[in-house]
Every structure is written in structure tokens, then in C-alpha cells.
Ligand binder design. Structure first.
Ligand code: DON
Length: 567
């Protein structure tokens, strides 16, 4: 028998074959490979600064600190001097340490500071203008990390950032577009308009962006250490900016600010050890609670993306976020029932409640601990040739913080006070609610969702990961970890896959584009789920280390514009 195929049909067959091939076999490009060290951040220039420090013989902490200062220059929507963050470090002697440099409420802050005379919450006060700023922690945190765990001099790790601010750098398309899109918001504040516009005109791609005031502040830090920021000229400029518009930060607040070292929160997942951030971040506890619940399931390769898989993820997310709402806040002010929330037993109790249907969020409430138990953020991951790993997430909260540049000092202030629960049950800008645990009190640190995480395998770093994304950070980090551990994806694929998010309230699954094919969506709806708005979820920056073959793999998130730089 002879089969004849017309050229039209042949073209059709080739086209169908190509489509099937693309869907089935085409994967994300390979991660960046290296042997000696890797820096992954949201800015190519900042990653290159970190790489330069590693090549000079610095360790992962030296590189992380240099990257952090560089991000304040090259990625001003989130990199910062005027915000705060968390650093999780694994040292090659086996120690795991974390540094908390989260912003603090000023001394004069009080519980009802964002309520009007009728007791109604005014979100503008907590998220806009100088009233929204917490006392910045980033400079104290980076300097603490360098002094305690770095090997190089401050002058050497901060110099690349000074050069970038002083000499300027060429704006890429996305950064120029981002500045332009914010010009209206900046125009309310002359100090900000001056920095982010060219005499009132938007910057274009390819133009050189110089920040002489920021260079001066960085030089003061280089010369005087923390006093270059928390005292003297910079402190005067911060206080002048804040107080001229009715804000709260004083010289006393700045002088008193300290970074603190905290015990990491730890857990296990299918034999891997999870090391993450303790309160005042909710990140580590919520992540480990979700992993503990999910460990009760067995995921097969073909489960990924199915309605059953998403159902299990989402139910775990809902219970963990309900607990976050009630139980989590700054532990220096509130007794967080940490051990219970992190226990496998509690996770098993939750697992036992999960059925084959969606449980509506109004039927889920935070657990009751046993009576006897006491857009914009950025993440960077670093690994060095000595076996040290650093996972850092830092933020000024909203994109460009409260949009106010400290006049003469060249950096933006945060609007982190919005991360407190200004009134019980009232959602903040991320839709997160809170209770007494996260009420505003003088000098308290507002609850964060940042989840800088290091996953260890046989005591050595296997995965270094974190993400921005406000309330979605924890579910983003969760899905990258599951993609690596359960689905054996390489780090680039694990980061690229479409994601979903649920945070208990609102009671809806928020998917990324392509996360829910039609039949999956329909199955979820028939299980009782509501599908919310489609959005982009996080921008993860990750590293996986293959110790057996001595290869370090780095991957930046295609949702952003960063880079993985290794050598
Ligand atoms: O600390 C937090 O949880 C928030 N301030 C983070 C904000 C954030 O990730 C915004 N970025 N997209």
C-alpha cells in the first residue's frame, strides 16, 4: 500500500509535531553553571559586583554585603539603604545563623497611630508619606554581617557601590521604564523627582544614571561605619525629611537601632533540612508548616499541575496563613507558639482535616496552641568556594518604598509600617490581616513575609532561595522547593514554572498565566474553589549545589531582569 501525503498535509504534520515537541520536551534554558562561586540577584550589575568580590577571595558574606550595597544603587525600587531585611547564613563549619535587620517602629509609635478620630483605619497613613516609615535597618544589618562573618574590609566591599553611584551606569530598558512609570508619584516629592528624572524629563534606556548624593552617603558609611548613617550628617538629613512632614523617626530612634542575630527556624522535608527566617518574619514558620502538612502526601512526577496537587497545596496554604494571622509577630513583644507551629504533630492534625473538597476559608481558623506552651522587595543568593551560603531578602516594602528620597542623602525611605496590623482584622496592602501579635508598639518590628531559605542535604547547602512578593513570598518559595525536591527539576525550571497562591483570605486561588489549564480550573471550581485574578507571583533567585559533581547551578527568575553570575 502506498501512502501519499500532500505537501499541505505534510506542513500540517510538521507543525503539529513541532507544537507537541515544544510542549513536551522544551524546557527552560539551562541554569548558569560554575565551579567556584555564584551570585544571583535581581540586577546584573549587582550580581557582577558580588562575583568580583568572590573572585578577589572574599567569602559569601563579603559578596552578599557588596551585592546588597550595589543593589541600593542599581535596583532602587527595592535594593536599599532606607529599608530592612533578613540574612540567613550557612557557614562551612556547620553553623546556621540569621541576622534580623528588619525596620522598627519609632519610639513614639503607638497602637492607634493609623486610626482616625472615629477609630477607622486610614491605609494612606501606614503606606504613604513619611508616617509610613519604620527605622531603617539595612546598613546596620549589612555592617553586622560583614564584621561577624565576613573576611574583607568595609572599604573594599562598599567601593563598587560608591563607583556605580558616583560614575553612574547605563540604564537598561526595564529600569528606565520603571522610573518613567513612577514619575507622577515622584513628582509629589521634589527630592525624589530630582533623582529619578532628568530635570523633569523621564530617563531613556541607555542613558547614564548618576546618584551623587547616594555616593556621598555611601562614602560616609565607608569612612565612619554605622555612624555614617545612624549619626551625623545622614541622620540629620533623615530626621529633617521625616519630621518636616509629620513623621515619627528621631535621632534617638536612629542611634538606638541594632541588627540582631536570631536562632533560625528549622524543619525537615523528606530528609532535607530547611533553615529559614524566624520572627519577626513569618516566612520560615509558614514555609515549614506548609511543608510539614505536604510531607503527608506522596507526589508523583505526573501529579505536577493537576487539580489534586493544587488542591493539596492550597489547603496547606490556607491553614498556615490562618495561623500567621493570629499567632505571628515580633517575638520580643509577643510569645509566638513557635515549637507547636513547627511540629509535625500539628501538621498531621491539619492534614487529617483536609478532604477531597475545598474547605471554605470561613470554616478554617487559626489553631489553638496547647496551654502549656510558652512590589517591592528583592532577594539574592550567594555561594562561595569555601562552602558558605547566604540567602538574603531585603525590602523597602512597596515599589520604591514610600517614594520619598531623603533630600541630600539620595536614598528612598521605606513604608514598612504598613506591615503592622494597624487594626485587628483590617487588611494591609497585601490583603494580610493580623491581630494582637502584630499590633503596633514602640520599637517593635513589623511582621514580615520574607523567606530567605537554605535547604541542606547531609548538612551541606543544597538549595539557596528566596523571593519578593509581599504575602506571596512564602507560597513562591514553597513551590520552588517542591519543584526541586519532589519533581527533581533543575533550578531554572523550578523557578520558571507557573505558580499559584492562596493566603486564606481572600478565599480564592490566584494563579499565574498558564498555571491553570481549563480542565484543571474547572476541576478546582467543582471542588468548591474560587479562582481570583491572574497575576505574576514573585521573582525567585536560586542556587543549587551538586556536591557530588562539584557544580554550582544558578538561576534568576524570568519574571524579573536579574542575572546569575558564577566562575
Ligand atoms: O516584609 C514583607 O513581608 C513585605 N514588606 C515585603 C514586600 C514585598 O515583597 C513587595 N514586593 N513585591
Amino acid at each position: 500500500m502506498q501512502i501519499s501525503i500532500s505537501s499541505k498535509n505534510l506542513k500540517k504534520i510538521i507543525l503539529i509535531f513541532l507544537v507537541i515537541y515544544t510542549l513536551v520536551f522544551a524546557e527552560a534554558p539551562d541554569p548558569v553553571r560554575a565551579r567556584n562561586g555564584m551570585v544571583v540577584s535581581a540586577s546584573e550589575l549587582a550580581s557582577k559586583v558580588g562575583l568580583h568580590i568572590l573572585k578577589k577571595g572574599g567569602n559569601a558574606v563579603d559578596a552578599a554585603v557588596a551585592t546588597g550595597f550595589a543593589l541600593a544603587v542599581t535596583y532602587p525600587s527595592a535594593g536599599n539603604l532606607g529599608g530592612g531585611g533578613f540574612m540567613v547564613i550557612h557557614l562551612n563549619d556547620g553553623r546556621n545563623v540569621t541576622i534580623d535587620y528588619r525596620e522598627k517602629a519609632p519610639v513614639s509609635a503607638h497602637r492607634n497611630m493609623f486610626l482616625d478620630s472615629l477609630g477607622n483605619y486610614d491605609p494612606e497613613l501606614s503606606s504613604e508619606g513619611v508616617t509610613s516609615s519604620g527605622v531603617p535597618g539595612s546598613v546596620a544589618g549589612l555592617l553586622y554581617a560583614l564584621e561577624e562573618y565576613g573576611t574583607m574590609k568595609l572599604a573594599d566591599v562598599i567601593q563598587p557601590a560608591i563607583n556605580l553611584a558616583q560614575n553612574g551606569f547605563q540604564l537598561d530598558y526595564r529600569t528606565a521604564r520603571s522610573f518613567a512609570s513612577m514619575l507622577d508619584a515622584f513628582s509629589k516629592y521634589p527630592s525624589s523627582f530630582k533623582v529619578f528624572s532628568k530635570d523633569g524629563e523621564p530617563y531613556n534606556e541607555g542613558e547614564i544614571f548618576r546618584q551623587p548624593d547616594l555616593a556621598k552617603t555611601l562614602k560616609l558609611i565607608k569612612e565612619k561605619g554605622r555612624d555614617g548613617f545612624y549619626k551625623g550628617e545622614t541622620a540629620d538629613l533623615i530626621v529633617k525629611q521625616v519630621q518636616s512632614n509629620g513623621g515619627y523617626i528621631t535621632h534617638e530612634d536612629l542611634a538606638k537601632y541594632n541588627a540582631v542575630e536570631r536562632e533560625p527556624v528549622t524543619g525537615t522535608y523528606r530528609g532535607y533540612e530547611i533553615v529559614s527566617m524566624a520572627p519577626p518574619s513569618s516566612g520560615g514558620i509558614v514555609l515549614i508548616e506548609m511543608l510539614n502538612i505536604l510531607e503527608n502526601y506522596e507526589f508523583k512526577q505526573e501529579d505536577w499541575g493537576s487539580s489534586k496537587y493544587i488542591h493539596h497545596l492550597v489547603e496547606a496554604m490556607k491553614y498556615a496563613y490562618a495561623d500567621r494571622t493570629v499567632h505571628l509577630g515580633d517575638e520580643d513583644f509577643y510569645p509566638v507558639p513557635k515549637e507547636w507551629l513547627l511540629s509535625k504533630e500539628y501538621a498531621k492534625e491539619i492534614f487529617n482535616k483536609i478532604t477531597e473538597e475545598a474547605t471554605p476559608s470561613d470554616q478554617i481558623s487559626a489553631g489553638v496552641p496547647p496551654a502549656n506552651e510558652s512590589e517591592e522587595t528583592t532577594h539574592y543568593s550567594v555561594y562561595d568556594a569555601f562552602g558558605n551560603a547566604v540567602s538574603t531578602t531585603t525590602t523597602i516594602n512597596s515599589s520604591y518604598g514610600n517614594k520619598i528620597v531623603v533630600d541630600g542623602a539620595g536614598f528612598l525611605l521605606n513604608n514598612e509600617m504598613d506591615d503592622f496590623s494597624a487594626k485587628p482584622g483590617e487588611p494591609n496592602q497585601f490583603g494580610l490581616r493580623g491581630a494582637e501579635a502584630n499590633s503596633i508598639q514602640p520599637e517593635k518590628r513589623m511582621l514580615s513575609s520574607m523567606t530567605p531559605t537554605i535547604v541542606l542535604q547531609e548538612k551541606k547547602p543544597y538549595l539557596i532561595v528566596g523571593s519578593p512578593g509581599g504575602s506571596t513570598i512564602m507560597t513562591v518559595v514553597l513551590q520552588v522547593i517542591l519543584n526541586c525536591i519532589d519533581f527533581k527539576m533543575d533550578i531554572q525550571n523550578a523557578i520558571n514554572q507557573p505558580r499559584i497562591h492562596h493566603q486564606w483570605l481572600p478565599d480564592e486561588i490566584q494563579p499565574e498565566r498558564y498555571a491553570l489549564p481549563l480542565d484543571v480550573k474547572n476541576n478546582l471550581i467543582s471542588m468548591g474553589y474560587k479562582i481570583g485574578r491572574t497575576r505574576s507571583l514573585g521573582r525567585a533567585e536560586g542556587i543549587i549545589i551538586d556536591h557530588e559533581n562539584n557544580i554550582i547551578y544558578g538561576a534568576t527568575d524570568p519574571r524579573g531582569n536579574g542575572s546569575a553570575e558564577g566562575f
